[in-house]
Design a protein around this ligand. Structure first.
Ligand code: G4P
Length: 284
């Protein structure tokens, strides 16, 4: 597969905007994809946010392996960062996010209280594309979200949404760029649909994915695509999906393009199994 690239032009601008916003922020909420916490972590994150109170939310945990999510939570805990598994599409996300942000802000809030000031904590949600930032902001802000700026032609400035009397959320997420230097990790993002599919050959990508799933969850794969077995050679994996689903073109040729699309879509929607593509290094 050709190398997966990123466009450095975006990076400098994104970085500048983030650094400006950072001055206003007490707590940075970093959203990672629970299925690929390494790949979905911006490589410069520690540098960018050093000195800020931080929490990590492993989002889409409904699609990830729950044991793996627990291991990632301990991984971050060992590095002094509070992390939690969440599902921005589910009901509990707001409660979890708010309690973690309040906990992270507590030392600062307590220090201010000693000076007689009731501090209002301001937080911002950051992450690479597709990790669920907007979904989570909508979930947390809910009805409190200001409508101004949603209309075309209205300039949208920075807006703060009041979550509690002492907690405000910036209503636009901080965009970070993904880590694409490591091709293995870049491929994980591609499997998850977090890199635009047009820049890749989707049949090659689907073959890579199916070969990986064949190693990770052979039984579930065979159950979903009946003609695919743990011994199916890589080159025949899409053919097996076609035969399982009857994806034939006129003339009886196998529609491997459709098979690739379906295999990727079904994996991304979590239809095969709850899968985490990366585990933390062996625990000490
Ligand atoms: P972003 O702002 O970080 O770019 O991500 P966004 O919120 O747009 O979410 C990207 C996709 O991930 C959306 O799906 C969203 O519904 C989905 N998503 C977000 N959080 C979760 C989660 O916790 N669990 C699951 N299963 N999915 C989640 P989409 O297909 O792009 O849009 P739509 O079909 O929901 O409209």
């Amino acid at each position: 597969m050709p190398a997966i690239n990123w466009y450095p032009g975006h990076m400098a601008k994104t970085r500048r905007m983030l650094q400006e916003n950072l001055k206003l922020i007490d707590v940075v909420v970093e959203i990672l994809d629970a299925r690929a916490p390494l790949a979905s972590r911006n490589p410069d994150f520690d540098d960018l946010f050093s000195g800020k109170a931080r929490v990590v939310l492993l989002n889409k945990s409904d699609l990830a392996d729950s044991n793996a999510t627990k291991r990632w939570i301990s991984f971050f805990a060992r590095r002094g960062v509070e992390a939690a598994g969440v599902s921005a599409t589910g009901g509990a996300a707001k409660k979890i996010a708010v309690s973690f942000v309040e906990k992270a802000a507590r030392p600062r809030v307590d220090a201010m209280k000693q000076k007689g000031v009731n501090k209002v904590v301001r937080c911002m949600i950051v992450g690479i594309p597709n990790v669920g930032k907007s979904t989570l902001i909508n979930r947390i802000a809910g009805m409190n979200r200001a409508e101004v700026g949603d209309r075309p032609g209205v300039t949208r400035g920075k807006q703060w949404v009041k979550i509690t009397p002492y907690l405000e959320l910036m209503d636009t997420p901080g965009m970070l760029w993904p880590k694409l230097e490591d091709q293995e990790l870049a491929k994980h993002l591609a499997f998850l649909g977090s890199i635009r599919d047009e820049i890749m050959d989707s049949e090659e990508l689907a073959l890579d994915l199916l070969a990986l799933l064949q190693r990770m969850v052979p039984a579930q794969l065979a159950e979903r695509y009946g003609k695919l077995s743990p011994d199916t050679p890589r080159a025949e994996l899409l053919d097996a999906v076609c035969l399982s689903r009857g994806f034939l073109l006129r003339g009886g040729e196998l529609d491997t393009e459709r098979a690739a699309r379906v295999a990727l879509d079904e994996f991304r929607a979590g239809k095969l199994a709850r899968i985490t593509l990366e585990l933390p290094e062996a625990e000490a």
